[in-house]
Design a protein around this ligand. Sequence first.
Ligand SMILES: [Zn+2]
Length: 440
Amino acid sequence: MNNLNNQKNQFIILAVLLLVIGIANYFNYYAPAKPTEKIFSFSSLSQKEQKELLDGKNRNISDEDNSSSEADELSLSGNKLESDSYSVSDNYINYAIDSNGKLVKWNKKKITVFVSDSEYKDSIYGALSKYNEVFKDYFKFYTTSKRDNADIVIDVVEHFDSNDNKDSIYMAGLTNNSFSSDDKYLSKSFIKILSKKPNSNVKVTPSEVYNVAIHELGHAIGIIGHSPKNTDVMYASSNVKTFSSRDIATIKILYSNDQALINRETKNYAETKLKEAELYAKHSPNKAISWVNLGRVYYDLGKKDEALDAYKKALELENNNPLIYQSMGECYYTSKKYDSAIKYYQYAVNYTKNNEERVPLLNMLGMCEAKRDNYNNAYIYFKQAYYFDKDNEKMLNNYLVACVETNKKEEVIAAIEDYKSRHPNIVEKSFIKDVMNWAK
Ligand SMILES: [Zn+2]
């Protein structure tokens, strides 16, 4: 009897731990995407600039596939700021920070880039080459023919996919970054550049593609936001062809190893992010995404009431967008208002079109119910989440905890057997062993 009680206590601790892990996982994996796609307009280079750019004589980019590893070694002493060559104070590093208040960059000096075939390949190489010229002490781009292994993939497309971005009518380029599991570094970046002007059949010129590539590559190396100044490459609708001193300072701070400098330069970031988001909302008050972004910033600043107000404004504009309901659910969940959180997560589930996207929402519904000690309901949600994503170990774990809490021994064994058929190593995990022992 005593043993059984101990075991039960162990499982309660385990369950709490798993719920915490579940939350952490949710936020890591399912927090609304960090937007790097923003409004960007076309512009053109002069004929002379275009010629200089495209003649390729000063091309400063090597092919990774043909280079020896020795040749790829870069100076590791390079990450010092030469503060005499430009003003460190004049930068927009606060705008480079993501909505969670972090700077994210590549954790390596050699960054491989796959550029898909198109008539614009030389323009894109020109942009890569420009980065290599200016930032050679910090990182260097190498082209590669291996798309799957490349750090950055650049495609030229006629139009964006419908699910790329709802506001894409004004955009000429789009960057989507992925991050390492600890969220500290970039792990992959996809850039899409339009070959036709938005809403028309007019082809863009190579020099326009060069402009877009320079800007999107800035996102791909970790500048998540936009500069507020129209003389910078990272201005949202930039016409700038060369890096300003502010662009250079910002990227050098981002890639600096001097943490004291980074801390000093970013200490007012929260204010900056808020100002930026407020400006977007003021500029485009009829776009739900403006208010979603503003809500996100408030949420990250811990201002949940203000966040909810912003999300409600977004809902008035778009009442069938699951992201808004999900964001509101998140506000209520972290405020421990589980009844409200459940209501909004349920809306989000209802407006979500495919089962894969329902998984994190069902998981959160399970979490809410578990928080309310309502394990019978939690079991239903966790089970659904697992059945929509049967290769997701964390969904399996939450489902198993719910089975333990509701005393479903046969189901535990069946679920583990099922998962094991696809992932034999699962039985090595101590949690799985414990649950199996409990069920037997
Ligand atoms: Zn941009």
